[in-house]
Design a protein around this ligand. Structure first.
Ligand code: ADP
Ligand code: MG
Length: 266
């Protein structure tokens, strides 16, 4: 049995949620990590790639209101609120790096926490929907989250985020540390979520597999965007080939020359 029903997430978002980001900078105290980022998250699945320390997590933290930011972020044309709980209410949820579950709490309790902003009756309805989408989690409802495998915990973390009925779901390296088969199932699931109308913005280090499921991608290095394009174009680009897929770029200089220029100019 898969972790989610093949027909799951039918009660997803509107299929239209999008984010417009202009001049976004954020960091920690005086230390600016991401600088002047401009990008758009369109309906579907957008992946953010880049080496360790590039600022990918910092970006998702800024977009979810966990750290202050400067710049303009519009969710469906409206200014993103500042506070984290208001951002959740506006329809954006984050599955954080490293899952961040409460290990001493049960699966059910972790899921309920994902609906903490909702009225109890709405939360109960939502929980029922989420458990229908993730039948294995119903079986594990009373298991302590900390006793589950990494892949199982990741499913709980995603289900918890789905509790807030997001229109835009952000995931930070969901496949980290998982077995290859689990990685495949998880990435197929993010594709399914996007197909059912919830816009997905995902950070991934599993470059090849992430580009295979995503519609488009951005590459961040040292806090700035160095390339972007459709997944197909990016997968062929010398930027990605050289830095992440370990291939020589000599025969991949056709459609990707624009991307290459972007990189060299920074
Ligand atoms: N809480 C923090 N305080 C200070 N610096 C941080 C903090 N978290 C991350 N950094 C720094 O910010 C930079 C980007 O980190 P991060 O966004 O986690 O990168 P990535 O997710 O792309 O690996 C790194 O240089 C990292 O050391
Ligand atoms: Mg990170």
């Amino acid at each position: 049995m898969m972790w989610y029903r093949p027909q799951a997430f039918v009660l997803g978002g509107s299929g239209k949620a999008q984010l417009r980001v202009r001049g976004l900078s954020a960091g920690y105290g005086p230390f600016e990590v991401i600088r002047q980022l401009n990008f758009d998250v369109l309906p579907g699945l957008t992946v953010i790639l880049g080496p360790n320390g590039a600022g990918k997590t910092t970006l998702l933290r800024a977009l979810s209101g966990q750290i202050p930011m400067r710049g303009e972020v519009l969710l469906d044309g409206e200014d993103l609120p500042e506070k984290a709980h208001e951002i959740v209410k506006a329809g954006m949820a984050l599955v954080p790096e490293g899952r961040q579950l409460f290990p001493q709490m049960t699966v059910l309790e972790n899921l309920e926490l994902g609906g903490w902003l909702q009225k109890p009756n709405i939360r109960q309805e939502r929980l029922e929907m989420v458990l229908q989408d993730f039948p294995k989690l119903r079986e594990r409802a009373t298991q302590l989250a900390g006793t589950m495998s990494g892949g199982e915990q990741q499913m709980v973390a995603i289900a918890r985020a789905m509790m807030s009925a997001p229109r835009l779901l952000m995931l930070d390296e969901p496949s980290l540390g998982l077995a290859p088969r689990m990685v495949d199932e998880l990435l197929a699931m993010t594709r399914r979520i996007a197909d059912q109308g919830t816009t997905v913005l995902m950070v991934e280090q599993n470059v090849r597999k992430a580009l295979a499921v995503a519609d488009r991608g951005y590459v961040i290095e040292r806090g700035v965007l160095v390339a972007h394009g459709s997944s197909k174009l990016l997968a062929r680009s010398s930027v990605i080939q050289e830095a992440y897929l370990g291939a020589a770029a000599s025969d991949t200089r056709t459609a990707s020359q624009a991307l290459e220029k972007t990189v060299r100019s920074t």
